[in-house]
Design a binder for this molecule. Structure first.
Ligand SMILES: [Zn+2]
Length: 465
């Protein structure tokens, strides 16, 4: 069964053939840790997770690296504003990022290299040296080192535009006079006063690496000179990934990446997400409204990765309902299968077959819900044997390894809800029933229902909330 993937480089769906099967070397651009990652970032990380899990379900051994950008203009600005050292400023955002990955059940990459790691900085410096030796980079009057795009004929091939256009239409800013060409990008940025304490020694003076060189160096350092898959969001295509190709191939002389995969944007209520428009959400913002990690996971996974995803609260409720159907179906099947465990041979899974087609998740979910409908009907009509039920449960296990949305109870009650429930217990102890009712309404507005039983408060998610 061949897997087919859309390659941004060729703009065509191609049969997936890694260099050294079953190994797959996969690099995914990671977060810049100056704030909490937003749901658009997580859409891309979830698409990458789906890709990895599907490849693994098809027998590939995926080795994945995701970088952590912990030095750039934004992290430096943030640390200046809070008066902390750069590493102190970024540490809590790194921790939060890993917590969020767990909440969304995203498999950990094999390595999460950090840009400020001295080994990575040396790898970047080595690459820049090679680029200069080969005439592909130069140090300008401002002491920064730039990549010379006109010396790399393939520049522009990933983004599919030609270099002459870029040169003739590029706006030349007055402060860019040092560069030979407006499109030349910095691989090493010379220190300036804004950088404060953040600087490393290099053959070109003190400074810091450019963002693009981070990924080229980390990818080749940890995965080798040639990757099978490189992913990111569409906004990474240019200049970031174009620059990665130029730098890496400029150093190695080998084809850097076989398959470039890019995830489309996430919109909120049909609009671009932005802080100024008031429609900007981190994962934590969504959880605070009473949704669980698996609900967010499902809502962000269910749209094909190359189609823009429109995030809405109705969409979150649809995700909750869809998962409720899966939960109910599994409960029925388990009851029906009883002790039967003789499920026979697993049949070819049409769910996986749909994903083989460039991760066609809508097709795959269509197969799942059609199966749920049919088996529910068979149970109603008492035509489903316990062996059949056991077989469908085994079928689900294969799917769950890829979807990872089963109710495990781990994300049952968000911390915010648990805190309100605790306050309500205190109010009731103090016989403050007005306060208790007020808290119950507040909990209800967040999508949870609290009932008083003889064993104390019982908290459940509100149906259709
Ligand atoms: Zn990158």
């Amino acid at each position: 069964m061949a897997i087919r993937l859309f390659n941004t480089y060729s703009r065509a769906v191609e049969e997936f053939q890694p260099l050294d099967p079953p190994r797959v070397k996969m690099y995914t651009c990671g977060p810049t840790v100056y704030s909490h990652a937003h749901i658009g970032n997580f859409r891309a990380y979830l698409f990458e997770d789906l890709l990895q899990r599907h490849l693994e379900s098809r027998g590939f051994e995926v080795e994945r690296v995701m970088n952590i950008t912990d030095v750039d203009d934004k992290t430096i600005r943030g640390s200046r504003e809070t008066g902390e050292a750069l590493s102190e400023f970024t540490a809590p955002f790194k921790r939060a990022f890993f917590d969020d990955l767990d909440t969304l059940r995203i498999k950990r990459a094999d390595a999460f290299p950090e840009a400020t790691d001295p080994r990575q900085i040396s790898a970047m410096i080595e690459m820049i040296k090679t680029l200069i030796e080969r005439g592909l980079a130069y140090q300008a009057e401002d002491k920064s080192v730039y990549f010379r795009i006109k010396s790399f004929p393939d520049y522009g091939k990933l983004a599919h535009f030609n270099l002459d256009e870029l040169q003739s239409t590029g706006r030349v800013k007055s402060d860019e006079y040092e560069k030979e060409n407006v499109g030349d990008f910095a691989v090493w940025k010379a220190w300036d006063a804004e950088d404060g304490e953040v600087a490393w020694d290099s053959p070109w003076g003190r400074g810091r690496p450019g963002w693009h060189i981070e990924c080229s160096a980390m990818a080749t350092q940890l995965l080798g000179e040639q990757l099978d898959i490189h992913c990111g969001g569409v906004d990474n295509i240019f200049p970031h990934h174009e620059a990665e190709i130029a730098q890496t191939e400029g150093c190695t002389g080998k084809k850097f990446v076989r398959y470039w995969l890019h995830c489309a944007h996430l919109l909120v209520d049909g609009q671009k997400m932005s802080k100024s428009a008031g429609n900007f959400y981190t994962l934590r913002d969504v959880l605070a409204r009473g949704y669980s990690g698996r609900e967010v996971r499902y809502a962000l996974l269910r749209v094909h990765y190359r189609v823009p995803l429109n995030f809405t609260w109705e969409g979150m409720d649809e995700a909750r309902q869809a998962l409720g159907r899966i939960d109910d179906w599994l409960a029925r099947l388990r009851e029906h299968a009883g002790q039967t465990d003789d499920a026979g041979a697993a049949s070819e899974n049409q769910f996986s077959a749909a994903l083989d087609d460039d991760l066609n998740i809508s097709g795959a979910l269509g197969v799942l819900f059609e199966t749920i409908r049919e088996t529910n009907r068979a149970i109603d009509q008492q035509t489903l044997s316990s062996t059949d039920a056991a077989r469908w449960l085994r079928w689900w296990e294969q799917i769950e390894r890829v979807l990872a949305v089963t109710d495990t109870g781990d994300s049952a009650i968000p911390a915010q809800i648990a805190a309100l429930v605790e306050q309500r217990a205190q109010a009731r102890l103090a016989k403050d029933f007005a306060k208790s009712d007020e808290l119950r309404d507040q909990i209800a507005s967040l999508g949870w229902e609290v009932r008083d039983t003889k064993d104390g408060q019982k908290v459940t998610r509100r149906a259709g909330a």
